[in-house]
Design a protein around this ligand. Structure first.
Ligand SMILES: [Zn+2]
Length: 222
């Protein structure tokens, strides 16, 4: 996972919540209030997805797959049914890919697979630890890092978010093969460090999909 740097909640989003509260004399909730079935609800969700996708550099908050406003959904890190007081709190909202259109539920991943699952110590995409607790290898596999205090929760997240799904392993392997990691050329330490720098930052507002997997493998080359 790649750490997400959350920005301030968008003004229009805060204004909408404030207005709702004034008009209805109660706090709004995601279901039924923000996410209504009418055109206003559709537009609000789209506008929020747009903010989140941009904030995340156009990659999924869990698997780093490339996402757009149309190929993502609003993900509640702490599930909206269990944490009603956080269902419209901006720092609990992310953009997740839509996983796979598959009949096998165990092949799905990210927000749809996670669904209502949560654990008190699960790692938020805003936590620096997400870049340390998971490690990717050349074959596209993901593992929890042994010996860290987060080893157990990281392992459970891999399973419950389907980060070890066949589709993601395959896509990560392809991203690695297209990167400098598989180049025949012998790169100097300085060159490798400049590649790491490149994959660590947004380019034109976007991260390279699966960037953290590429960074892990480049670091192994040092
Ligand atoms: Zn994803």
């Amino acid at each position: 996972m790649k750490k997400i740097n959350k920005q301030e909640s968008p003004q229009w989003f805060e204004d909408w919540k404030k207005n709702f509260k004034m008009e209805n004399n109660r706090e709004p909730h995601y279901k039924n209030d923000f996410s209504t079935d009418d055109i206003d609800g559709v537009n609000r969700r789209r506008k929020l997805r747009e903010c989140l996708v941009d904030e995340q550099g156009k990659i999924c908050c869990y698997c780093m797959r490339k996402i757009t406003t149309d190929s993502s959904h609003i993900e509640h890190f702490l599930p909206k049914d269990s944490f009603e007081d956080k269902d419209l709190q901006y720092d609990n909202l992310f953009a997740s890919c839509n996983g796979e259109e598959t009949i096998r539920e165990d092949e799905d991943h990210c927000g749809h697979r996670k669904n209502d699952w949560w654990r008190k110590d699960m790692l938020s995409p805003t936590d620096m630890e997400v870049e340390k607790a998971f490690k990717y290898s050349l074959n596209g596999k993901i593992n929890s890092v042994r010996g860290r205090t987060t080893e157990n929760i990281a392992q459970e997240m891999i399973h419950n978010l389907g980060l070890d799904s066949y589709h993601l392993e395959r896509d990560r392997r392809q991203a690695l093969e297209a990167s400098e990691v598989f180049d025949a050329e012998e790169y100097s330490e300085e060159e490798i460090r400049s590649f790491i720098e490149y994959y660590s930052n947004k380019d034109n507002g976007a991260y390279v999909p699966y960037c953290k997997a590429i960074i892990d493998c480049l670091e192994e080359m040092l």
